[in-house]
Ligand binder design. Structure first.
Ligand code: HEC
Ligand code: HEC
Length: 309
């Protein structure tokens, strides 16, 4: 393989494509030439040659093709051949210009990087809360958000089942600049163990206690029994009062905001499911995908969401 030839096709298919392509062009050209007539002058009696086709007494003239049409046709053939010499099109022949889709894409990306990197570098100097007030920066940041985060957190950043709402006050890991930057740089792994081993009775008691923590309707007696278990196995992560621990990403259980409540699911069912199976939310570290400078900008975007309405 050299730079004029690549190996995207096996040699059989490459030859096949070349033969078919050049063959069709050659055939089209031959067809035109073989049927070419230049003589259109009427004979002595003023008769013009016809094709011999007739319908209702009307005969079809056998006139030559208009010159402009003929020339245009020849031009398209020349263009096609020229194109196939310069660009890839004939099987594994890469074209003498060496153009590739990947090459063009990479060139455009490199160009964009060159244009934007200094702008991002400038933004990186600005503290997150100030940057969040910069409308122009936030327009750029919103685009980064939509391209990279919206798949999981939603285009309005309100999240969904298992994906936290980034517009509310309820933070798993914290909404201050350092916490947001840490989330984006390191990624996050929420680990809520399964409590199957406590048995269904305890799981039901704990569920009633969690409902009580958020002031939701609950069975008082079960909730009380659940409180004792809660103090010994859950308080370490969710804190004795249930307000959670942002160092661990253990959610606040007292504010009736649920990361894992599926549409149409009751809070009680969501909590039971959490306790039986455990939960393991994964937020991928972002710098590897979007680069350091964009991390700073998109952190400011998340910070700016609290400033809206
Ligand atoms: C593959 C899905 C996915 C993508 C992409 C993603 N996230 Fe996340 N993100 C999550 C999940 C899941 C969590 C919750 C992790 C947990 O449960 O511990 C999370 C958590 C967060 C948190 C912490 C929220 C809190 O309450 O503390 C922030 C902030 C965040 N993401 C911002 C972003 C931004 C900004 C982007 C884009 C640059 C992004 N995420 C891209 C899935 C994603
Ligand atoms: C090792 C620390 C740890 C312990 C112990 C723990 N949890 Fe959790 N819990 C978490 C973390 C972290 C999450 C968030 C998981 C995620 O983000 O995917 C969570 C999530 C939850 C949720 C889901 C909240 C929501 O918004 O959907 C509930 C309910 C819950 N825990 C209740 C309990 C109860 C009850 C116990 C005691 C039986 C308990 N947890 C013990 C760390 C813990």
């Amino acid at each position: 393989m050299n730079y004029l030839w690549n190996d995207s096709l096996s040699s059989f298919w490459s030859a096949w494509v070349i033969v078919i392509t050049l063959g069709s062009i050659g055939f089209a050209f031959w067809l035109l030439y073989a049927n070419r007539r230049t003589d259109k002058t009427p004979d002595a009696e003023g008769n013009v040659e016809t094709t011999g086709h007739a319908a209702d007494g009307i005969e079809e003239y056998d006139n030559p093709l208009p010159r402009w049409w003929f020339q245009l046709y020849v031009a398209t053939v020349v263009f096609a051949l020229g194109y196939l010499v310069l660009y890839p099109g004939l099987g594994n022949f890469a074209g003498v210009l060496g153009w590739t889709q990947e090459g063009q894409w990479e060139e455009e990306v490199a160009e964009a990087e060159e244009r934007f990197t200094p702008i991002f570098a400038q933004y990186e100097e600005i503290p997150v809360p100030d940057l969040a007030e910069d409308q122009e920066a936030m327009r750029v940041a919103e685009r980064i958000y939509l391209n990279n985060c919206a798949v999981c957190h939603g285009s309005n950043a309100r999240g969904g089942y298992g994906f936290p709402d980034l517009t509310d006050e309820d933070w798993l890991y914290g909404g201050e600049p350092e916490a947001l930057l840490a989330t984006l740089h390191q990624g996050r792994n929420g680990l809520m163990p399964s409590w199957q081993q406590l048995g269904e009775n305890n799981i039901e008691n704990l569920t009633q206690h969690v409902l009580a923590l958020s002031d939701l309707e609950h069975e008082a007696e079960r909730a009380e029994q659940g409180a004792a278990v809660y103090a010994s196995v859950c308080a370490a992560c969710h804190m004795p009062d249930g307000t959670g621990n942002q160092a661990l990403g253990a959610p606040n259980l007292t504010n009736d905001t649920w990361l894992y409540q599926a549409p149409g699911q009751s809070v009680a069912d969501s909590v039971r499911q959490t306790l039986r199976n455990g939960r393991n939310g994964h937020m991928p570290a972002q710098a590897a995908y979007i680069g350091e400078e964009r991390v700073h900008l998109v952190a400011a975007y998340v910070y700016s969401l609290r400033l809206q309405d």
